[in-house]
Design a protein around this ligand. Sequence first.
Ligand code: SIN
Length: 300
Amino acid sequence: MQTAETSASRPYRWIEANSIAGALGAEIDGVDLSCDLTDEVMAEIRAASLRHQVIFFRDQKLTPEQHVAFARRWGEILYFPLSDGIEGYPEILEVKKTPADKKNVGNFWHTDQMFAVRPAMVSILYGRQVPPFGGDTMFSNQYLAYETLSPGMQRMVRGLRTVSSSSHLNRGGGEDGMDGGKSVFDSTGTAIKIRDPGSARMTGAHPLVRTHPETGRKSLFIGSHTHNFEDMTEEESRPLIDFLMRHSTRPEHTCRFRWRTGSLAVWDNRCTQHLALNDYPNETRVMHRITILGDEPFAS
Ligand code: SIN
């Protein structure tokens, strides 16, 4: 249950937001996500998400129904084209690593579904079983990544479009990731059951500098799925892609979230990248992810 906050110095009436890093990220207190949230509370959560780019909630006890109900408050569900959801809940993708698995899902900087015509708006990840150490997720601020480029570089990148593909991972040929097509392993073969994407388009071109449809701010829209710039070869594109990936993910552009069972993160894929660390051998980590459909990226 939420109680009204009386202090005029706080930007929110119903929630409390505390930054976890200088670049981005805030923990939100005062909300029980299993409840049917009022429009006012939801509006504050969305405002905090726009302001902090990734927000975290602690100690939530959610059934799959409640997770789906909260996700639907953000928009239309984006069904993952390469795999089915968990039994009974096609909206929920299970992201799991067991002691028998060497690789984990999402261990590379990326933004969700950037190869789709309409990539993900937000992703909502819930920690069902979290290891006693390790398994943190890192996030990078893609507004800062753009804003900290020199004026000359900003002018140059504004003219470029990226080509990204579900089967491309720009990390020295590695091929292990949820969005990487053939690439998600566990002891038996796949941690996420890969299926044929059917007619879903798995390669997409988008502006490298996109305008956020809600904040109007410009951000660098790039990730490990980016293969080349449109109308340029991979060889021509690679040095600049590599520079922009390094620049985007400089430590001062990032935050790092330590999960606990019951933690939930909501990140805005339109202005962040993220990476799931793989540093918990012999432990199990089970997360449930729901993704919300975004707009077609545009530049203005
Ligand atoms: C992902 O969505 O890339 C997975 C993130 C995580 O498991 O922390």
